[in-house]
Design a protein around this ligand. Sequence first.
Ligand code: LMR
Length: 409
Amino acid sequence: SADVVPQAAEDPLFGLMAAYKKDDDSKKVDLGIGAYRDDNAKPWVLPVVKAAEEQLRKDPNLNHEYLPIAGLADFTSASQKLILGKSSQAIAENRAFSIQAVSGTGSLHLGALFLARFYNPPAPDAKTIYVSTPTWANHNQIFTNVKLPMKSYPYFSKETKGLDFEGMSSTIESAPEGSIIVLHACAHNPTGVDPTNDQWQQLAQLMKRKSHFPFFDCAYQGFASGSLATDAWAINHFVEQGFEMMIAQSYAKNFGLYGERAGCFHFIAAPASDASDVAARVGSQLTLLQRSEISNPPAYGARVAALILNDEKLFAQWEEDLRTMSGRIKDMRKALRSKLEEKKTPGTWNHITDQIGMFSFTGMSEQQVARLREEFHVYMTKNGRISMAGLNTHNIDYFADSMNNVVRG
Ligand code: LMR
């Protein structure tokens, strides 16, 4: 009977969002969930999304029929070109299979489910999925949900507040041959710390030698640096090295389509004479899994994204919107760092501008985070992560003051 069902813990991030909403202090600051906010702390509907929605509304042929199981073809083909590049060898050789999924989480789940069923590494103990320490909390739930054994590799150095490249490489090196390695394509969540291009090249070499299987989580293409190509550099480097690999692509942040759950999952077969058959067979299984999981994906967000991705003018407007978001975040990084340095807040603050994307891993302790919340009405995750997009010209002084206060103790 249901009497035996234990109470599950509330999701920390969504719990934080609810606590922030309940707080009626006028100074409150929301640095919790990773969702872009404008300079007035308001959600921002991208102008290009508004333009695409306008076009959709005027389309007399629009209806509410089911999409195919694999999703909207205009969306999946454009997503493939966006992430792999228009002149990708993998696309030309027909060895990439793409299927629309329920944003990043759904793409990760579908990939994980497929791996749990079909992944067949050279050594049985290699059927283990490695994630970074720390990683996006949901990774742990998504992979354990499909019973993939999980392990982790070091990632963040507490001393430098940068990458622990040595720790990362040596754990990946000693993982059994053919292990699955989850990599954040750019703007690592929660740390904001990415490998350099040179480090990515070294990781690719190492993983090639060990026949590891890369599974990229790409939630910030274009949002992190402002350049779609720069943010997909690591993925493309791995594809060029001829890996068999997977990519989970989310459009929540870069289109600001959080609630529409638009995303795409990609499988790339390694170059070989039968690579397009492999991709087609894998695709057939993914399609079968998708049918039993969600039947077919949601249409609206994919339609909006497809319009933008397939239209030169809208695409250019999108790139501008991406620069607006990433530019504002970079300005906030600079402002926060210089305010802390002006106040001579104990510690070094260069990591705030060295880190990239939605988040900064400040280095604040759990106690400091708790004080910020209790005394200053500032909401952020316990691990010291702040969503940079929650800062703006109106609250940055208040936040820097509050942070200075708690760091001084
Ligand atoms: C976050 O980490 O804040 C975002 O990716 C939102 C989420 O779903 O966790």
